[in-house]
Each structure stands twice: as C-alpha cells, then as structure tokens.
Design a protein around this ligand. Structure first.
Ligand SMILES: *[C@@H]1O[C@H](CO)[C@@H](O)[C@H](O)[C@H]1NC(C)=O
Ligand SMILES: *[C@@H]1O[C@H](CO)[C@@H](O)[C@H](O)[C@H]1NC(C)=O
Ligand SMILES: *[C@@H]1O[C@H](CO)[C@@H](O)[C@H](O)[C@H]1NC(C)=O
Ligand SMILES: *[C@@H]1O[C@H](CO)[C@@H](O)[C@H](O)[C@H]1NC(C)=O
Ligand SMILES: *[C@@H]1O[C@H](CO)[C@@H](O)[C@H](O)[C@H]1NC(C)=O
Ligand SMILES: *[C@@H]1O[C@H](CO)[C@@H](O)[C@H](O)[C@H]1NC(C)=O
Ligand SMILES: *[C@@H]1O[C@H](CO)[C@@H](O)[C@H](O)[C@H]1NC(C)=O
Ligand SMILES: *[C@@H]1O[C@H](CO)[C@@H](O)[C@H](O)[C@H]1NC(C)=O
Ligand SMILES: *[C@@H]1O[C@H](CO)[C@@H](O)[C@H](O)[C@H]1NC(C)=O
Length: 889
C-alpha cells in the first residue's frame, strides 16, 4: 500500500506522544488530528488521504472525517501543498479571480525545497535542501479541519523575522509575541494599528541568516494568523481560518528578491503604469464646485509647483450617487473645460467611482436591475447598505452581466462625447464598505440618522474669472447621459429616500432557527478578531449570508470584492482606450490585485506616527504584495496637518511610486502652495523626483516583467546584515537610492543606518563609507530629505526637471556613475512611449563601468521619444576619485 519512489523524501517520524494543544475545549484524547493512508506518488507529486483520528476535536463543529493531501514540486523553487476535503467540494479561491500558475513539475531531487511527511498523527515539514534547515513544521500539532474552522500551526525559530500578512499598519517586521493578524477586508477608517484593514494578503516572507523563504496561504476566508512565543512554550505561527481549504505555496528564495519574484510567478506580475501617473497628483474630499477645482489647478500653476494630475472625489456626483453629475456645482460644460484646459497643458484628470449604487430611479440603478447584477438576500430582495448617497445596492462582480454593466456605465459616463473624459479612475469603498450597522434592518432609517447624503453647499457664481474658462454663469444646459431629469427630481427633495416596492417575501427574516446554515455564515463559532465596535463579520459591509452568482457566498468571497471590482474596472478602462495602459487606484486588494491596479494606503491622518508608518505600508505593498504603484495620502488625510509635517511628508511622498496629496472634508485644505515652507519642499521634492522619474519607471518596468521589487527594504539589499532586519524608517527607492527621512516631530535631525558599504550624498556627491553603524544628519531643513546613492550603481537622471512629465520627456539624460568599493558600477535605463499597452518603440540600456570604461548594451530604438533625447553627460563619482565631468555621447 505504501510505495516510496526514488527521489521523493517521505520520512516517518513518530511524534505521537509530544502533541501539544491550544484547544482548551478539547481533551488530548479527543483532538489527535489525522493519520495518513493511501499514499500515491508520481514523478513530481504525492497524493494521500487523511483520516480523522478518533472523534476529532469538535471544537467549532464536527471535524471533516476524510481529507485529501496533495504535494506538488511545481518548480525547483516552488512547492505546492493542498489539504482539502476528499470530495473536493469545498470553496476555493475561484480561478477567475486568481488564475493558478502553469508549471511543468520537477524532479524532487532538483528542488530547493524538501517535503517530509509524518504519518500519524499527520504532520509535515518543508526544508531547504541545501542546508537541511526546516522552514515550516507542523509536527506535533493537531491539524483541525472543520466546516467553519481550520487550524494549522508551524514551529518557528525564536524571534523570527516575519514580514507581510497584510493589510496592516504595524511595523514592517511583524511582532512575534501575542500578535494576531486578522485578514478581513474592512473600511478601517483612520488605519488603526493592530487591526484588519482594507485588503487581504495571506503571504509572509521569513528571513533567516541561511536565506529567505515565503509562504502563501491561498485562502480568501476570514482568518486570524497568530504569531506567538508563549502559548505553546515555543515560537509558532498559527492559522485560524473560518472556511475554504489549506492551499499553501512555499517559495525557496534564497534571496529576498528571489522570493519576491517567485511570489510574483504565482500571484501575477504587477501591471505597468503610464509614465504620467508617476507625476504629482492633487486631490481633496470636499472641493465645493468646479470653480474650486479649477482654482486649485490655477493656484498650483501660479505657485510654480508642477501639478500633473487633478482629482475629484465624490463631490462631483449628484448627492454622491455614482454615475451622476451635480449639474449645479459641477456642470458638464465646466467639467469639460477643466478637462480641456488640463489636457491642453499636458495635465490629467481623475474621478472617483464607488461600487455601491444609489437605490434611486436613475440609469445606474435601473440598468443594474434590468441586468439583474445587484446582490440579493436569500429571500430574493435586494441587499441594502448605506453608503454616501444613502440607501444603496451592491454589484455582484461574479454575475455574468456585471462586466457588461460596468463597462457600459464607465463607457457612457466617461466618454468625451457623452460624459467626462477622464485619464484614470479611482475606485474606493470596495471592501465593500457600508455605513449600516448590522443587522441593517432599516437602511433608510440609518441613512437618515447618518444624514447621508448631506445637502450639498449651495451653488455659487464663480468668484473670479480664471483664464481659459468661459464666462457662462447660470445658463449651462444639461446634456449627456449623466443628467437624468427624473433622477434630479428625486434628488431635489433632500429628505426623500426613494425605495421601490419590495416583492411579497421581502419581510421574511433573513435567517432564523430553521436556517442554521445561514446563521453559521453570519455568526461562525470561531470569531476572528474583526475590528470595529462589534467585531461582527457583516457589520458595515455586505452580509456574509448573501449569495453571489455561481452560489458563491459573501462569507467566502468577501475578501475578493475589491479585486473583482479592480479587474472589471480595468476591462472597462481598456474598452474605452484599448491601446492605452489603464491607470486605476483602489482601496481594497487581495493577493494578485497588482495585475490590475495600484493601491493607496487608505484613510490615514495628519500625524507624525502615520507619516512614519507610511513607509512600512509602502514596503509591504511594493516589496511583498506585488502592488508597487502605492503610496500614502501625503500630509495626511484626516485632521489638520502642519506646515512642518506636510513639508516632511511632501519630500517623503516624492519617494513613493504613487505620489498624491489628499485630505478629508473635515480637515483644512492642504494643497502644497498653502504654506511657503511646503511650497519650497514641493518644488525641491518634485524636481528631484522628476529627474529620477525614468529611474523609477525602469524599476517599475522590471517589476512588471519579473517581480523584482521597485522599492526595497534595507534587508533586501543587505540580507546578511542583521541590523537592517527591523528597519522601516529607511528604504531603497529602486535598489540604488537610500532614503533616510527625518522622522521625529518638528525635528531637523535624523540618526540613520549606513550599511557596510560605500554611499554618496545625492546632493553634494560626497562619499560616505558605512560600517554598519548609525550616523546623524543634524541640519536637515524641512524642504530636504537625506538621500544616498549606493556605490556600484549607475543612475540615469534627466538633466533638469519640468512642469509636466510630457515636457520632462524632452530632456536629456545624464548618467551618474557611483563607483562601488571595487571601482565598478552597473545600471539600467528603460524608456518607452510611456502610454501604450506594449510601450510602443522602446529602448533598454544596460550600463557597466569598470576601470575607466563605460560600456552599454542596447536593445531597441535608440530614441523612442523621437524628441532628440540624448545621454548628454556622464559623471563618475568614486571614493578618492574626485569628480569627473564627462563628454557628450
Ligand atoms: C495579548 O494581547 C491581548 C490584546 O491584544 C491582551 O489583552 C493580552 O493581555 C495579551 N496577553 C499577554 C499574555 O500578553
Ligand atoms: C487660490 O489663490 C487665490 C489667490 O491667492 C486665493 O484667493 C484662493 O483662495 C485660492 N483658492 C484655492 C482653492 O486654493
Ligand atoms: C442578463 O441580462 C439580461 C438582460 O439584458 C437578462 O435578461 C438576463 O436574465 C441577465 N442574466 C442573468 C443571469 O441574470
Ligand atoms: C470673462 O470675464 C473677464 C473679466 O470678468 C474678462 O477679462 C474676459 O475677457 C471674459 N471672457 C470672455 C470669453 O468673455
Ligand atoms: C419630500 O419627501 C417627503 C418625505 O418622503 C414627502 O412627504 C414630500 O411630499 C416630498 N416633497 C416633494 C416636493 O416631493
Ligand atoms: C510642531 O510645529 C507645529 C507648527 O508647525 C506646532 O503646531 C506644533 O506644536 C509643534 N510640535 C511640537 C511638539 O513642538
Ligand atoms: C515651470 O514653469 C514656470 C513658468 O510657468 C517656470 O518659471 C519654471 O521654471 C518651470 N519649472 C520647471 C521645473 O521647468
Ligand atoms: C576599455 O575597453 C577597451 C575596448 O573594449 C579595451 O580595449 C580596454 O582594455 C579597456 N580598458 C580597461 C582599462 O579595461
Ligand atoms: C541587461 O541585463 C539584464 C541582466 O542584468 C539582461 O537580462 C538583459 O538582457 C540585459 N539587456 C541588455 C539590453 O543587454
């Protein structure tokens, strides 16, 4: 019955008497896990069955008696372990959301990872074959596999270096004692520490002196991942999951960059963004009318601060209903003038769209009803929430008609002829967020209580004339699909919440004693540590007993909502402009979302600690989760910022891939031009960012090809330097520029770590020889940020900055050759047309410098911009070398 094929390591280790338990409700004799039988092996795969030992645990319901195990050596560096019910009927992350990677399978002998099985009770280890080091070890802990509770534990070395398991706002290296990371997408206003936030990324990277590895648990159900030292007497990590299956991918590394690339092979590589999206973005919630938007654009221009992209939040909508336009405050002619003037000046425009559709008599609602794409309760009634426009319904992204609906709505509303010609789109509230407290039995009442939608400020005549705008005042006539007369009628009565009559069954209770299954979906026995006042899974979101198409339950697919919206929004943007790279920023993400969208770090506050934590947030998304187009709300979203905090954040934000100033309606405005100090900081920061924009574009391009992170924690570059492991107040922009911001409130001083390597100050080009010690920069003005170039790098820079990225693209390059301790340096430059899907004409240059010779290898057209751009100078900097100014090439 048992055959062991050559090459596959199957070890049997008796661990029966060393079982340890955390399950207090279960006695030792009861909770013994599973035993293995019926092992079958092929060249690169092992399959077996697991049989429950005795009665099982029964801790949160009966145990599943028989399980199926499969272990696949997919590549030399990737091992795939699945433990599921033997009928293979349980929910798994759908392939339409998360396509599984192709693989040929490899001989286990060539694999960097070794799987070893313990027969009874079932346990396994995953080890690194080169060192024999055990990376994952479930032996001696009972696997629990119940209808609504799965538990798997692994032992870890003490004080492990663990990163990932997002989305969170904690330190980049995670705490390892009494620490719970809950994954359940939530509108987590104010990004609280220690709680579940908007997205779910069930992956961790663990770094050891012997190498780095990664573990992805491909499961979209709610879960608590507990990392603890005390409870079992030994360091461990424990998954507590309320559904789905155990679908584990192990990545061998051994370098952190390898793990990142191996992870990208599975979740997908991030979509490349348009060049212009790396420019500076301005947004604010509560611009009162078109004039204020136009005035902000004009004020940026007169302040001499380059603004690339203007945004408008939900304010442009009529009473905050998506796919509508407030024709009094944001009349379509004026919106078109804004877009026209922006485009004329090579600037861009972005609008927000939320998933929740107002329950009103207007096209977005009626069309959704006709295509039947809204989520419904078990009794057939529409599932309600309360969002910005009041009572809303939610699209079911799994519905066969959903993409037709969404593509059509976006096409009509953002078509230059019938709507507003946006350049990118911002999708928010897609956890999905609702303001309705569970059980939300009367959404209309809650909407009225919350005062949503509020009455907008009264329209006003433009206070002054702005160049480029016509002098029309009150005679703008509605046109285009936005402006439905009937919609307007409903909306004119502010106290009126439109509600069509429900069908007869609508008043049945959602669940009761005769529907235990649904009750279980609402209140599973194991309660994950969901944040918020009640912790109830369905609080302030779609209820977990709601069914999507294909009988998918919200209970299982909740964490996928934002990513489904992201991929369908990407399809819609591609439908409008099939040749152009879409630019989409979302709030909620699941593993793999980077294939479709970028992500901003959510609703932070103007606090110094939030400024500091924004670095860890960026590192998580860029270097672990493969969503490099990321950044925080610069200067802080909530609360009043100060000139000093905003100035510092302006310089720090310039070194995140996504660079946007955004704030809250209840906070005072914080555009960069509002303070002299911030104006200075912005001019310096944007100018420095723009000179380095192609360096960033090259790094993002590389990540889109193979997952190499465009932003790096220090330990990715110095994996053997223990001092770097906890550092998350410094980082590498690309892999050559070390950014060391001042982090203390109002201070001009920072102690920053300098690894044992050669660096050069970005401004003075003075060399700095590090010895793995901290140095002090004591006089850092508020409009500056300490930057150091790592020796060994060749950094391409535009010779000067510009007011727009379009103009920037006509500037020549210079190469800054920063020699390493061995006198050599290498670098890359990738340039393409910046906008089309495949980049159009492109050039990829590799540079290397040794012993006075600079060589470059080129693939592609030499000047894809056709603007006569050259590499017009080369500067070589080295320790004791002085400075060479070199020739035109
Ligand atoms: C563990 O953390 C929780 C809160 O997160 C706290 O209530 C509890 O006291 C902590 N336990 C120990 C042993 O520190
Ligand atoms: C723009 O600048 C003008 C002139 O300084 C000022 O009066 C106005 O308040 C500013 N508006 C905005 C929206 O920044
Ligand atoms: C899709 O929309 C059409 C109307 O265009 C409707 O007849 C059909 O029932 C919808 N499909 C489903 C599965 O709801
Ligand atoms: C609009 O009014 C301003 C002054 O109020 C004037 O300078 C400008 O010429 C007018 N423009 C048009 C197109 O009438
Ligand atoms: C406004 O709504 C209220 C409450 O539903 C209703 O009583 C009233 O007749 C409405 N007024 C108009 C003008 O529609
Ligand atoms: C920091 O500076 C701001 C003004 O820019 C001031 O309001 C705040 O009180 C200062 N904080 C401290 C701790 O001095
Ligand atoms: C931006 O334009 C202004 C004039 O409008 C000019 O003075 C300034 O030098 C330009 N800035 C850059 C970086 O080109
Ligand atoms: C520089 O390159 C040239 C041509 O490849 C080669 O002949 C020469 O030896 C190189 N010089 C050094 C110092 O390596
Ligand atoms: C540049 O170097 C990379 C490896 O570092 C290589 O994959 C790529 O083909 C090279 N490109 C050119 C144009 O030489």
């Amino acid at each position: 019955m048992l055959t062991v094929l050559p090459g596959l390591v199957v070890q049997f280790i008796v661990t029966g008497c060393t079982l340890l338990f955390t399950v207090t409700a279960a006695s030792k004799s009861k909770c013994n896990g599973y035993s293995v039988y019926n092992i079958k092996q092929s060249i690169f795969q092992l399959e077996a069955n697991l049989q429950l030992i005795g009665e099982g645990c029964g801790i949160y319901g009966p145990d599943v008696p028989r399980l199926a195990l499969s272990v696949t050596y997919e590549t030399d560096t990737r091992l795939h372990v699945i433990i599921q019910d033997s009928e293979k009927e349980r929910y798994q992350v759908p392939t339409e959301v998360f396509p599984r990677p192709n693989f040929a399978g490899v001989d286990p002998k060539t694999s960097d990872l070794v799987f070893s099985l313990t027969e009874s009770p079932f346990g396994f280890t995953v080890s690194r074959s080169s060192t024999g080091e055990v990376l994952f070890d479930t032996r001696g802990t009972a696997l629990i596999f119940e209808e609504q509770y799965l538990r798997l534990q692994t032992w870890l070395p003490s004080g492990p270096n663990i990163y990932g398991l997002g989305e969170h706002f904690d330190t980049f290296r995670l705490p390892t004692d009494n620490y719970t990371r809950t994954l359940w997408a939530r509108d987590s206003d104010g990004v609280p520490y220690g709680e579940n936030l908007y997205g779910s990324h069930p992956v961790y990277f663990e770094h050891r002196m012997g190498g780095t590895h990664g573990v992805l648990l491909l499961n979209s159900n709610g879960m608590d991942v507990k990392i603890d030292r005390v409870s079992l007497g030994r360091q461990n990590l424990e998954y507590n999951i309320i559904g789905g299956i155990l679908d584990l991918y192990f990545f061998a590394g051994p370098d952190p960059t390898h793990v990142a690339k191996q992870y990208a092979d599975v979740v997908g590589r991030p979509a490349m963004v348009p060049y212009w999206s790396l420019g500076f973005h301005q947004c604010r919630f509560s611009y009162r009318d078109w004039f204020e938007v136009a005035e902000v654009i004009a004020n940026y221009s007169s302040a001499g601060i380059p603004l690339e992209t203007m945004w408008t939040d939900i304010d442009y909508m009529e009473h905050r209903s998506v796919f509508s336009l407030d024709q009094l405050r944001f009349p379509i002619e004026r919106m078109r003038e804004i877009v026209h003037n922006l485009h004329k000046a090579n600037q861009r425009y972005i609008l927000m769209v939320d998933p929740a559709i107002a329950w009103q008599d207007y096209e977005a609602f009626n069309k959704g009803l006709e295509l039947d794409i809204f989520l419904r309760n078990q009794d057939g009634s529409l599932h309600e929430g309360v969002v910005w426009p009041g009572v809303t319904v939610f699209p079911d992204w799994f519905h066969v008609n959903a993409s037709t609906y969404w593509i059509d709505m976006i096409e009509k509303n953002f078509n230059p002829e019938t709507g507003i010609d946006i350049d990118g789109i911002w999708i928010d509230m897609n956890e999905p967020a609702s303001m309705c407290d569970f059980p939300c039995t009367d959404a209309g009442k809650q909407a009225r209580k919350l005062g949503v939608p509020p009455d907008p400020p009264p329209p006003r005549n433009p206070p002054r004339h702005l160049p480029g705008y016509s002098n029309l005042t009150d005679d703008s006539k509605p046109e285009g699909t936005f402006l439905k007369e009937n919609h307007l009628l409903y909306r004119q009565n502010a106290s009126f919440v439109y509600k069509p009559k429900r069908d007869a069954v609508a008043d049945l209770p959602r669940w009761n004693a005769s529907t235990p299954h649904l009750k279980g979906l609402l209140f599973p026995h194991y309660r994950i540590r969901n944040g918020g006042p009640t912790g109830i899974l369905s609080d302030k979101t779609v209820h977990t007993d709601v069914m999507h198409m294909n009988e998918l339950m919200e209970y299982d697919v909740h964490n996928l909502y934002g990513t489904m919206m992201s991929s369908i929004t990407r399809q819609a943007m591609l439908r409008r402009r099939p040749d152009l790279k879409p630019f989409i920023i979302t709030r909620s993400t699941f593993a793999g979302a980077g294939r479709h969208v970028g992500k901003w770090l959510g609703d932070n506050a103007a606090r110094w600690d939030h400024y500091r934590s924004s670095i860890a947030g960026m590192l998580n998304f860029a270097s672990i989760f493969q969503i490099p187009m990321t950044g925080s709300d610069v200067c802080g979203f909530k609360l009043a910022t100060t000139d000093k905090l905003c100035a510092r954040w302006t310089t720090l934000g310039a070194f995140s891939p996504f660079y946007r100033n955004h704030n809250h309606d209840e906070a005072p405005p914080q555009e960069f031009y509002r303070w002299p100090l911030v104006t200075e900081a912005a001019k310096y920061a944007i100018s420095t960012r723009y000179r380095l924009l192609d360096y960033l574009y090259t790094a993002l391009h590389q990540q889109s090809l193979d997952g190499t992170p465009a932003i790096n924690p220090l330990w990715y570059i110095y994996p053997r330097d223990k001092s770097t492991f906890p550092i998350d107040l410094q980082f590498f922009y690309g892999n050559c520029i070390m950014v060391s911001p001042v982090t203390e409130e109002n201070s001009t001083k920072v102690d920053f770590y300098v690894p044992d390597d050669l660096f050069y100050d970005f401004e003075t080009l003075e060399s700095l020889r590090g010895h793995g010690d901290f140095r002090t920069a004591s006089e850092v003005p508020f409009n500056r940020i300490p930057l150091h170039i790592r020796g060994g790098c060749i950094v391409p820079l535009r010779v000067e900055s510009a007011n727009t990225t379009t103009e920037l693209r006509s500037k020549d390059f210079e190469l800054l050759v920063a020699l390493g301790p061995d006198g050599t340096a290498t670098g890359q430059l990738y340039v393409d047309d910046g906008v089309t899907i495949d980049g159009g004409k492109k050039v990829h240059l590799n540079f290397s410098y040794a012993q006075g010779n600079l060589t470059s290898s080129v693939v592609g057209e030499v000047d894809p911009s056709e603007a006569g751009v050259h590499i017009s100078s080369v500067r070589v900097i080295g320790e004791g070398l002085g400075l060479f100014h070199s020739h035109e090439l």
